[in-house]
Ligand binder design. Structure first.
Ligand code: RB5
Length: 142
């Protein structure tokens, strides 16, 4: 499985550590930046990740910024992306089980790195439930 990952400066440290974690677990990882701790603008990194998800160049994505909201708002402008914010393992599982999120968004300034890894693990190992949840997802696009 190939996972795309991006962050702004606020999510950089967790992103770097998550890349090592994912590679260690055997995932292929594509890094869409940022790779600098200089202050930057999250859409500059969210859009390239979103395009890669839409084109099928990656199977799923992970995005990190301070609150997670800037990344989620940007990513969800893309028709082929369902980005879901998680700050705990139950929500990380449900965002896949109920919403089939193809991008997991993490609020790096509000969770520990340990929790970030737990959220990633929960999201990656949960299956979409389908059924009524598919019907609801089908009603999202405007
Ligand atoms: C950066 O200071 C911060 O605004 C950004 O990481 C994010 O929280 C925006 O939604």
């Amino acid at each position: 499985m190939r996972i795309g990952i991006c962050s702004d400066h606020a999510g950089l440290e967790y992103k770097s550590r998550l890349i090592s974690y994912l590679l260690g677990k055997g995932y292929e990882v594509v890094n869409f930046g940022t790779d600098s701790s200089e202050s930057c603008d999250y859409p500059d990194f969210a859009h390239p990740l979103a395009f890669a998800v839409e084109k099928g160049e990656v199977d799923a994505g992970i995005a990190l910024c301070g609150t997670g909201n800037g990344m989620a708002m940007t990513l969800n402008h893309h028709k082929g992306v369902r980005a879901g914010l998680a700050w705990g393992t139950a929500i990380a599982s449900l965002v896949k089980e109920h919403n089939n999120a193809n991008v997991l968004v993490l609020p790096a300034r509000f969770i520990s790195y340990r929790m970030a890894v737990s959220c990633v693990r929960a999201w990656l190992t949960t299956d979409f439930a389908g059924g009524r949840h598919q019907r609801r997802i089908d009603k999202i696009p405007v």
